[in-house]
Design a binder for this molecule. Structure first.
Ligand SMILES: [Zn+2]
Length: 144
C-alpha cells in the first residue's frame, strides 16, 4: 500500500528537515499557520498509537518533545499544541503548533490576525511559506 509519508517524507526527505534521529524526522511545513509549525513523522510505518509497545511509545514521545523544546527555545511561544490525527495521511505523525497570545509577535505568517487559528484552517493553503523562509527558520531552530 502506498503511504505518502513513508515515500515523500521518510524515504525521499521532501521538506525542510530541522531534526532527525533513529525514530523520527521533523520538518517545517509550508503551511505555517503559526510560526514554527512543524510535523514530526515516525520513521516506521504505523497507524495506531495504541499498537506501539510501551517502550516504542515512550521513546517516540521523547523525540517529539525534543523537537517541541527546540521550537520553544527558538520562538518562545506562549503555548504548544501537540496534534496526533492521521485522518488524511494514516501514518503516525504529530503536528507541533506553537501558539502565541500576541498576534503581533513574530507572526509574519498570520494573514487574518488569527492568533489561535482552528485546525481546519491548516489545510486551506493560504499560509504557505516559501522554501527560503522555511530554510531561514530551520537554521534558527537547529541552533537549539
Ligand atoms: Zn507510512
Amino acid at each position: 500500500m502506498y503511504c505518502e509519508i513513508c515515500e515523500k517524507r521518510v524515504k525521499n526527505r521532501e521538506g525542510v528537515v530541522i531534526y532527525e534521529d533513529d525514530l523520527v524526522i521533523a520538518m517545517l511545513r509550508p503551511k505555517q499557520v503559526t510560526k514554527g509549525k512543524t510535523s514530526v513523522y515516525y520513521k516506521k510505518h504505523a497507524v495506531k498509537f495504541s499498537e506501539l509497545s510501551d517502550e516504542e511509545r515512550n521513546a517516540l514521545m521523547n523525540s517529539v518533545v525534543k523537537v517541541a523544546k527546540m521550537l520553544e527555545k527558538t520562538f518562545k511561544p506562549d503555548h504548544m499544541n501537540y496534534a496526533l490525527m492521521g485522518n488524511y495521511w494514516p501514518h503516525l505523525h504529530w503536528h507541533l503548533i506553537p501558539r502565541y497570545k500576541d498576534k503581533n509577535k513574530d507572526n509574519f505568517f498570520f494573514k487574518d490576525g488569527l492568533e489561535y487559528p482552528i485546525l481546519g484552517r491548516m489545510i486551506q493553503g493560504k499560509f504557505d511559506a516559501s522554501k527560503e523562509e522555511l530554510e531561514k527558520l530551520a537554521e534558527e531552530i537547529k541552533k537549539n
